[in-house]
Every structure is written in structure tokens, then in C-alpha cells.
Design a protein around this ligand. Structure first.
Ligand code: ZN
Ligand code: ZN
Length: 671
């Protein structure tokens, strides 16, 4: 900034250069009290860091006084998601100052204000009005922008003098705020081909400008979505314009969200090296993974974005991909035809149908309230059930080409593609074309209706899955191999799982499943020293030793009695551990205890399972088809495994097993 005429010796000099001379001038005129340096915050250009200089100017404003209450009333009718942002909008509206609409820039929407010396402010309301009142410059007017618009002068409405437009252009949010009016054909008598934004968008889009009936049909909008900063910008300016011109709120519901940070929670800046360019991200992670990443996060917290988060999403989506791929593999072998009437359903088939219905209901409800984390979470839990329970428990039927299993799985996959397509459109469409229709897009099918939900059956299977999960956790603590069969498991607190003992036995590789009290676990109680130390003082030592010896009584509500002392729940640390010979895990009132004792027959079964695993790995290595039959040759040392010959044959598609004293490792040959 430079000093203007009227500042004497400082005229024409920069604000930077006059700091010293001003001090000297004040000193010479005996006006200086004190000179020195103080540290303070100072505004700089956000882009190039040049220090900025404030100056006082006149600007154009729209008064907020009259419209404030009308906008507050309008906001009352809007459904905000997440709901707490409605109050943010109210706060902004209550505190908003008059709207500064003028900008001293070259590019932008020219403000159509033509002030006259007589005191009249002429305002042009339309292109037609400009044509009518112009006295010169119309012939060179290419479009309603500078420089052309500045060369058009009009006649003052009051005194007839020739007047010029002010130089300022409008705040960009004026344009953004009239988006409905400029694109939906408001007051436009005739449909204009490629006339979007009344010609202002020429060269940018070929979109049409519809006529007023289109406006009537589509205004107000059902839904808008943008970042939280738009409360003070776009959400506000749309509302300001719509309430002013039409009297109605321009949108029915809003989905808003917080800022995007990098995956470590830092702002992204090119200069920090952590900014990610959109096209690069689309190439590296894929558009669907990117959408998934956004959708799974709570929009009212700052969003994280980056490649390792994307890898995690990919890993999770892979489960679904693999499920479809599993289906396709066996559907091909069985020449699956979805129009074949479905056979009799087994309990697990009925469960998957019921589980799918529950999933559709849950997802639909989450979509209705624009809660994407709920949609994504429901999908991931459903895929876990589909893949890690239905397919896992049914895989033998697929090996046998069971049409009912194929049909039930197909229905579940088809429905899940329909409901998840809005979140992952490309992948969903690709898979849809693979397993449902090559001719008709997933987006052209109606939303699926949820079928019947068997709540009791769904709860039963959920209980079974919980027992199996705890059983696996218990096994993991025992250091026993996953393939080692065990004698017995005791389950407490999962009554719904009672009728599924066979499945639990198979999943956990145990011979017997018992439901009842688990006395295989014991309570270990230790003093919570930071709390109990100060309270008990010298008595702590005795209490601690008594607890270690197990000399305590369990009271109500997590309290314990040790000798004369009663200990509260926050004064002790309680642990449920397995007794010697047992592996125990518990959660949410369910306890699962595995008997870890082994005998020779269990040990032999483990060896058989190892062999089956090894043979099937060989099948894969040698590129055998899923249906190929084989002959197995075993070293003499493994001949004891032949006690389970039928079992081995069944699991490896072997027709023959022979013992050969010369071979050192099991071998297979295709027949
Ligand atoms: Zn700058
Ligand atoms: Zn005038």
C-alpha cells in the first residue's frame, strides 16, 4: 500500500518505507511520547505470506435485519444430519451481520448498480431492462461480465443523466446462492437448449435452461450435502436468496461433515508434502474405496484420509469380493440357473434369508437418516455372517453342486449388491453384471423389499457365532494348534446356542459340547493398590496375601469380603482365568471353557488333519481342478494314519492311498 495525495512528504511512499520517517516527523513536531518495538500478531496473505495493510473503504451490504427471523423460521423445517448442526445454523443466523456483497476484483458477477449524482441509485434487474435503458455500449456487449459490461452506460431514471456502473463485482456466494434460480428455469418462459445459467455458463456446460414448470417440479431440493464451513457460506447464501425471492426454504434436508485431514490427523498442505491429489488417489485406491472411506466415518468428527486407511478398506472389501468369487466358481461348475425353482430350505438357508432381510431393514433405516457409518457397519457385519458363517458352514454343499445352497447364496449376494450400490457403485455394478444381469444396471432395479425376519433364528445363530468366537479366543490362549481336536467344551450363558451343539463341536474341533455352569474357571482378585493402599494402610499386606490365597467371599455388585474388610468394585482387579487343564474366554455374560487334555486318539486325529491340509496344499500347487480325483502315496512312517483312511479320502478327493517305504514325503498323482 502507498500513501495517497494529501499526506505531504509521505505521499507515494509505501507503508513499509515510512515507519522511520513518521517517528522522526512526530519527534520534530514534539508529538512523540515514546518509540519502540512490540511483538504482535499480524495478518499475511495466506498464499504468499506478504504482510497485509488494512485500509478503510466503503462497500455494499444487504441488511440482515428483516430476513433474520424468516431464515430462522425456514431453518426450523430443515432436517439436519447429523442433527446437532441445526443449532450451528441457528447460531449463525442469530449472529449474522449485514451481508457484504461487493468485491474489488476484476472477475466475477458485475453488480448492476448505477449511482447518479442526483442521488438516485439505479439498479438493473434483468438483461431485458439493460437493453431498454442503455444509451451506449450495447453493440459491444459480448456477455454480462467485465470489461464489456463496464462500457455500457444507462440513463438515470430520475434526472436523465448518463450514468456508469460501479466497478465492484459481487461476492461469489451471491452466484452460489442463486443456484436454483439460475439452473432450474425460474420465471423462464421457454426451455432454452444449452442455455444453462441464462448463457453465463456458455463454454463451460452444454446443459439446458429449463422453463418455469421445471422449477415448480424440482424446487425446493430434497437434499443438499457439503462441508460444515458452508453453514456460513453456501447453506446460508442459498437460504438467503430463496427466502428473499421465493419465501421458501430451498432444501429439505442437509448432510454436512467436518474437515478432511491426513491419516495422522494433520491438515493437508502441498508445502507439508502430505496433500493428496484427487486423480492420483482415484488411480491408486479406486473411487469406490475412496467413497467407502468417507462413508464409514462419523461426519461430525474430522475425517481422515490416506493410503493406509484405504488399504484397510480394500482388505475388508476383499471378504465380499471373495464371497462373490466363491459363488461364481461353484455356480459355473453346477451350471447354476437362478430361474430353477428353489428346493427345500435347510435351517442355515432359512437363517441366511432371514439375516438378509434384517440386513435390508437395518441398512434402509440408516439410509433414511443419512447415517452412512451405520450402512457401512451393517454391511460389514452382514458380509462377515455371509462369508464366515453361511459359506463356511455350507461349503460342502457347494462342492456337491447343491442348487438350493447356490440359490440361497445368490439371493443374499444379489440383495446386498442392491443395497450397497450407492456406497460402492462401480464394484457393485461390475459384480451385478457378473451374477445378475449383463443388460440392466443394478441402479435400474427397485429398492429391495425386506422379506420375513425370524428374530429367534437370527438370535440363535448370533449366539452360536459368539460361542465359537470365544472358543477360538480360549484356544488361542492355550497355545494348542488350531487343528488339534479336543475332548470337550463347556458353555455357560448362551442358551440360544443349545440346539446348535453339532455346529459348535465342528467349528471348535471338540467331541462334546456341554451347556451348564463353567467351574473350569476361577476368580482371581487382586488389590487395586493406588486406591486400596491409602485406605488400608498397614492392613494392606494381610488383605493382599488373603486374596492371593483365594480366601475371600464374593458379595453383591462386584464387592468382596476379606476377613473384616469389605472391598468395593473399584478397589479390586478381578480376572477370570482357566484352571489348570482348561482354556477359558468370556464376554457379555457368556463363558466358554475348552478341556485341553490330550489323549493318543486326539493326537492321531491332529496328525490326520495336518496330512489333509498338506495334501490339499499339494493339489493347489499342482494346479488341480476342484473336481480332479487323486492317488496318495504315504511314507511308511505315516501308515498309522490309515486308521482314518475314509476320512482322508473324503477330504482330499483321493480314490486310493498306498504306503511306499521309499518315499520320504506324502505325494499325490492325478488320476
Ligand atoms: Zn499473496
Ligand atoms: Zn440522476
Amino acid at each position: 500500500g502507498r500513501f495517497l495525495p494529501g499526506y505531504g512528504e509521505f505521499e507515494g511512499r509505501t507503508t513499509d518505507a515510512v515507519a522511520e520517517p513518521v517517528v522522526e516527523w512526530l519527534h520534530e513536531h514534539e508529538l512523540l511520547v515514546e518509540a519502540g518495538t512490540i511483538s504482535h500478531r499480524y495478518p499475511v496473505c495466506w498464499r504468499c505470506r506478504t504482510p497485509l495493510v488494512f485500509r478503510v473503504v466503503d462497500d455494499w451490504f444487504i441488511s440482515a435485519t428483516e430476513i433474520r427471523q424468516l431464515m430462522l423460521d425456514g431453518n426450523d423445517e430443515v432436517a439436519w444430519h447429523p442433527p446437532q448442526y441445526k443449532k450451528r445454523m441457528d447460531d449463525w443466523l442469530r449472529n449474522m451481520s449485514d451481508w457484504n456483497i461487493s468485491r474489488r476484483r476484476y472477475f466475477g458477477l458485475p453488480l448492476p448498480f448505477y449511482p447518479c449524482e442526483c442521488g438516485r441509485l439505479n439498479v438493473i434487474g434483468s438483461r431485458a431492462e439493460l437493453d431498454e435503458r442503455a444509451v451506449s455500449g450495447l453493440e459491444q456487449l459480448e456477455e454480462l461480465h467485465r470489461p464489456w459490461i463496464d462500457a455500457v452506460s444507462i440513463r438515470c431514471e430520475d434526472c436523465g443523466a448518463e450514468v456508469k456502473r460501479i466497478e465492484e463485482v459481487g461476492d461469489a456466494w451471491l452466484d452460489a446462492g442463486i443456484v436454483h434460480f439460475s439452473t432450474l428455469g425460474w420465471q423462464n418462459p421457454q426451455w432454452m437448449r444449452e442455455g444453462n445459467a441464462t448463457g453465463a455458463a456458455r463454454g463451460v456446460t452444454h446443459a439446458d435452461l429449463p422453463d418455469h414448470t421445471y422449477w415448480e417440479e424440482w424446487f425446493p431440493a430434497d437434499f443438499v450435502t457439503e462441508g460444515r464451513a458452508q453453514i456460513r457460506l453456501w447453506f446460508y447464501s442459498q437460504c438467503f436468496m430463496a427466502i428473499s425471492l421465493d419465501g421458501r426454504q430451498p432444501y429439505g434436508s442437509v448432510l454436512t461433515y467436518e474437515n478432511l485431514l491426513d491419516e495422522n490427523g494433520r491438515e493437508m498442505h502441498k508445502s507439508w508434502g502430505n496433500a493428496i491429489e484427487l486423480n492420483e488417489a482415484l488411480d491408486r485406491m479406486g473411487a469406490d474405496v475412496m467413497r467407502w472411506l468417507y462413508c464409514e466415518q462419523n461426519p461430525s468428527q474430522e475425517l481422515r484420509f490416506g493410503y493406509s486407511l484405504a488399504d484397510d478398506v480394500k482388505r475388508r472389501l476383499l471378504t465380499f469380493w471373495n464371497s462373490v468369487s466363491f459363488f461364481v466358481t461353484y455356480a459355473r461348475i453346477a451350471e447354476f440357473d437362478p430361474s430353477t425353482p428353489v428346493g427345500e430350505l435347510r435351517p442355515l438357508d432359512r437363517w441366511l434369508a432371514s439375516r438378509t432381510s434384517a440386513f435390508v431393514t437395518e441398512v434402509t433405516e440408516n439410509y433414511e437418516r443419512y447415517w452412512m457409518p451405520g450402512v457401512v457397519n451393517a454391511f460389514e457385519r452382514f458380509v462377515d455372517d455371509l462369508s464366515n458363517w453361511y459359506i463356511r458352514r455350507t461349503r460342502r454343499r457347494f462342492w456337491d453342486g447343491d442348487e438350493t445352497a447356490l440359490r440361497v447364496l445368490w439371493e443374499a449376494l444379489r440383495t446386498s449388491l442392491q443395497v450397497i450400490a450407492p456406497v460402492m457403485p462401480f464394484l457393485a455394478e461390475h459384480l451385478w453384471q457378473n451374477i445378475v444381469s449383463k443388460d440392466k444396471s443394478v441402479f435400474l432395479y427397485p429398492w429391495p423389499e425386506a422379506g420375513e425376519i425370524d428374530e429367534a433364528l437370527n438370535a440363535e445363530v448370533a449366539a452360536v457365532r459368539q460361542v465359537v468366537e470365544l472358543g477360538r479366543q480360549a484356544r488361542a490362549t492355550s497355545r494348542l494348534k488350531l487343528r488339534q481336536p479336543l475332548r470337550r467344551v463347556v458353555v455357560a450363558g448362551a442358551d440360544g446356542a443349545r440346539s446348535h451343539a453339532d455346529e459348535i463341536a465342528e467349528e471348535l474341533r471338540v467331541k462334546e459340547v456341554e451347556f451348564g455352569d463353567v467351574d473350569a474357571s476361577e476368580l482371581r482378585v487382586k488389590p487395586n493398590l493406588p486406591v486400596l493402599g491409602p485406605k488400608l494402610g498397614a492392613a494392606l499386606r494381610d488383605v493382599r496375601e488373603a486374596l492371593a490365597r483365594g480366601e475371600f467371599d464374593e458379595l453383591e455388585a462386584g464387592r468382596f469380603r476379606v476377613g473384616d474388610h469389605e472391598l468395593g468394585p473399584d478397589e479390586v482387579l478381578v480376572e477370570q482365568t482357566g484352571k489348570e487343564g482348561w482354556a477359558v474366554a468370556s464376554a457379555d455374560g457368556v463363558t466358554v471353557a475348552l478341556d485341553t487334555a490330550l489323549d493318543p486318539s486326539l493326537a492321531l486325529e491332529a496328525l490326520v488333519l495336518d496330512l489333509i491340509h498338506q495334501i490339499n496344499a499339494l493339489r493347489k500347487e499342482q494346479g488341480l481342478e476342484l473336481t480332479d480325483r487323486i492317488r496318495i502315496t504315504l511314507p511308511a512312517a505315516q501308515s498309522e494314519l490309515l486308521e482314518h483312511e475314509d476320512w482322508i479320502k473324503q477330504e482330499t478327493l483321493a480314490v486310493e492311498i498306498e504306503i511306499d517305504g521309499d518315499c520320504a514325503e506324502p505325494q499325490i498323482a492325478k488320476i
